[in-house]
Design a protein around this ligand. Structure first.
Ligand code: FPP
Length: 250
């Protein structure tokens, strides 16, 4: 197994965001029903949360359920909701023991009341933890996030609390679910697809993208470390030249 020490601790991504894809295909490949893929996916969630914390990652954002996922068959949606609820109930102690604070990105009010209650309780119980932020994107879609942000900004303008000329990029960032958090440095998508699927489209403007064929249930410690290693050999230029960046580093 790859040792975390092989990573450069000085250039770890502060924020890692993950599109966890491939649960269904992993299960189907083994002749299992899709929902067993989601169940195995929860084990990957546990491991990736644990390893991220151990490595010192500040923010981990997991795309667990999109606004579009409500269109899936009813029994698959209810399995996902039950898995989520069980995960939260079981994990709250571990999150606290590891100083991890849970947050949610997305339309909490769309979740079934029992799931929402547990979620809000865990968010509250872990709110004082400072070691790592774990964001679960639930009933999340960027277009809906942006729409909500635009509505809030417009309301402030209409109420006279904000001038149109004062709206800048920071104003917009501050009206997204991720307000106050650093943008993702590294965006990982498992399961072989190369698309962003309405995930954090503003926030990933300068993220390094890492696409892997590996299905989410098989994405574990070694795979996360491989992704971070790949991130660490990339040069992030933010529009500048390579020479400017080298000069900046010396
Ligand atoms: C995509 O795989 C995955 C999802 C829609 C859900 C991800 C959920 C989990 C990993 C489990 C619950 C989460 C938590 C945080 C406890 P897919 O079904 O679209 O895979 P496919 O593309 O192979 O069909």
């Amino acid at each position: 197994m790859t040792k975390p020490t092989e990573l450069d601790p000085q250039s770890l991504p502060r924020h890692i965001a993950i599109i966890m894809d491939g649960n269904g295909r992993w299960a189907q490949k083994l002749g299992l029903i899709r929902t067993l893929g989601h169940k195995a996916g929860v084990d990957s969630v546990r491991e990736i949360v644990r390893v991220s914390r151990k490595l010192g990652i500040q923010v981990l954002t997991l795309y667990a359920f999109s606004t579009e996922n409500w269109k899936r068959p009813k029994d698959e949606v209810s399995t996902l909701m039950n898995l989520l609820k069980t995960y939260l109930e079981k994990e709250v102690q571990d999150l606290c023991a590891n100083n991890i604070s849970l947050r949610c990105l997305g339309q909490i009010d769309k979740l079934p009341p029992d799931v929402r209650d547990v979620l809000l309780r865990v968010i509250d119980d872990t709110s004082k933890n400072t070691g790592m932020v774990l964001n679960l994107a639930l009933s999340y879609g960027f277009r809906s996030e942006l729409t909500k942000g635009v509505q809030e900004i417009t309301r402030q303008c209409l109420e006279g609390n904000l001038s149109v000329d004062d709206i800048n990029e920071e104003t917009i960032s501050n009206h997204l679910y991720t307000a106050g958090l650093p943008d993702p440095d590294l965006l990982i998508r498992t399961g072989g697809e190369s698309r962003l699927s309405n995930f954090l489209l503003w926030q990933v403007s300068y993220s390094e993208l890492y696409f892997t064929e590996i299905y989410w249930p098989k994405f574990r410690e070694k795979e996360l470390i491989d992704a971070i290693k790949q991130y660490q050999v990339r040069q992030r230029r933010f529009g500048k030249t390579g020479e400017q960046i080298k000069k900046q580093e010396t």
